[in-house]
Design a protein around this ligand. Structure first.
Ligand SMILES: Nc1ncnc2c1ncn2[C@@H]1O[C@H](COP(=O)(O)OP(=O)(O)OP(=O)(O)O)[C@@H](O)[C@H]1O
Ligand SMILES: [Mg+2]
Length: 452
């Protein structure tokens, strides 16, 4: 039953409305504002019928309090003093409708019905909004941009099949988040998900971690231990930074994938395994194949399906939603109460390049929240480098080799050339990053050109 709150100091009117509405609605009565607020706060009222002249109180004041509590509150004003003018004023302030006393009951019934309809619509919209938000944030993945929606739809398609998936994308773009989504939304969700970083562990250790070993297989192998291939049985093994895997191990991995069985180190016995392999890399694996550092056959085995995560700078639509998401997350973790961010805060982040992608954005928000003393984050909570957008070259993935015995001018050339390329052949930016004048860079580039 929809809930109607009737606020009038005139007991007789309350009685007659009770008589008229009690069959259709669940009724609540109040003769003064405090009681009205109490009902409103505790009973999820659908429509309020409010007398404008409430004894010594002004009905409009109560109206503002109701709206403050719920900006969509559907309120119908009743007034004996209603000139058309004051009623129009009330409607302008968001009052749903009004009726003048003496009340025409059939007219009031009609208005209340319309009010209930409107309220149901509000409820539906906010429910849908909530559902939509949940859907977009599927297990903590913010995906509002078209590019990320595509990623999620691929996740959806591959979650229940067995094919191996190669997840590519720059550092911090969410490769592990996607791997987990595939596992936890798919059929294997009740079995293990293990992530192992192939670049963080020395190769021989990685091998024993993956394959397991028998007691005595090597010095230090006191007890037998199962490897990740076995402990991930019926689950998912996420091989992160696969591009850094040693070539010898690459061929062993290939064999495991082909044969679906594993032989622990020091053992002669093979064991059947059923493991879905997800691999990730922030390197250009195809290039590594061409350069001979990554096995081509393994590449095709792993890359049956490719999910590419675009860098954040190519899906800036996600930025405001990620900000909101991280604020909610860190309000919980830091026990802060940040309510919103200023427009210039968002604008500054919009302009920024984010070479560290989502991880960098997350760190920026966490830092701002930890340091801010206001309930709103503003540009002054951002580090200076964001405002000057000066870190595009703080990119540790691109190193410039320096060989012992080389001349400084050779090294300098290489530094200039690489930086210039990395910055999309923008002379001005290259000069800024390298801390030299525009004229110097121009001359040096010209010099290099002439010598080539
Ligand atoms: N779409 C997203 N929505 C919400 N949080 C995200 C999203 N993508 C990434 N994150 C968050 O950003 C951080 C980095 O994500 P993740 O570790 O998955 O990146 P990665 O691509 O594996 O990075 P790396 O290459 O450095 O290992 C994590 O804290 C993760 O929770
Ligand atoms: Mg990762």
């Amino acid at each position: 039953m929809d809930k109607l709150l009737i606020v009038d100091d005139d007991i007789a009117i309350c009685e007659s409305l009770k008589y008229a509405f009690k069959k259709k609605y669940e009724l609540f009565f109040a003769h003064e504002p405090a009681k009205a607020m109490e009902h409103f706060n505790h009973n999820e009222i659908d429509v309020v019928l409010l007398d404008l002249k409430l004894g010594k109180w002004d009905g409009m004041d109560l109206y503002y309090s109701l709206r403050e509590r719920n900006p969509n509150a559907v309120v119908i004003i009743m007034t004996a003093f209603g000139t058309i003018k004051s009623s129009i004023e009330a409607i302008k302030k968001g009052v749903f409708n009004y009726i003048t006393k003496p009340i025409d009951l059939s007219e009031l019934e009609f208005i209340v019905e319309k009010g209930v309809e409107l309220n149901n619509l509000y409820k539906q919209v906010s429910y849908l909004g909530e559902e939509l938000r949940k859907k977009h944030e599927q297990d903590g993945i913010v995906a509002r941009s078209d590019k990320m929606k595509n990623v999620l739809s691929t996740v959806n398609k591959v979650k229940d099949i067995e094919s191996n998936v190669l997840i590519t994308g720059e550092s911090g773009t969410g490769k592990e988040v996607v791997a987990k989504a595939i596992h936890y939304q798919g059929k294997r969700k009740n079995n293990a998900f293990h992530a192992i970083n192939c670049s963080a562990i020395p190769s021989n250790l990685l091998e024993s971690e993956l394959f397991g070993y028998e007691a005595g297989a090597f010095t230090g192998a006191v007890k037998a231990k199962k490897g990740y291939f076995e402990t991930s049985h019926k689950g998912t093994l996420f091989l992160d930074e696969i591009g850094d895997m040693d070539p010898l191990l690459q061929s062993k991995l290939l064999r495991v994938i082909q044969e679906k069985e594993v032989t622990p180190l020091g053992s002669s016995e093979t064991r059947k395994i059923d493991v879905r392999i997800l691999a990730a890399t922030n390197r250009d694996l195809k290039r590594a194949v061409n350069e001979g550092t990554f096995r081509e056959d393994l590449y095709y085995r792993l890359n049956v399906i490719n999910i590419h995560l675009p860098p954040l700078r190519e899906r800036k639509d996600d930025i405001p939603h990620l900000i909101e998401y991280f604020i909610r997350k860190y309000n919980r973790i830091l026990n802060t109460n940040i309510k919103d961010v200023s427009t210039d805060f968002i604008n500054a982040l919009y302009k920024y390049e984010f070479n560290g992608n989502i991880r960098e954005l997350e760190n920026i928000i966490e830092r701002a929240m930890a340091l801010s003393e206001e309930e709103q984050l503003t540009v002054k909570d951002l580090p200076q480098y964001i405002l000057t957008n000066k870190t595009p070259i703080g990119n540790t993935e691109k190193l410039i080799p320096v060989f012992i015995g080389e001349s400084l001018s050779e090294i300098e050339k290489r530094v200039i050339k690489t930086t210039y390329e990395a910055l999309g052949y923008n002379q001005k930016e290259t000069a800024e990053v390298l801390g030299i004048t525009a004229r110097t860079i121009r001359n040096k580039l010209k010099d290099m050109e002439n010598k080539e």
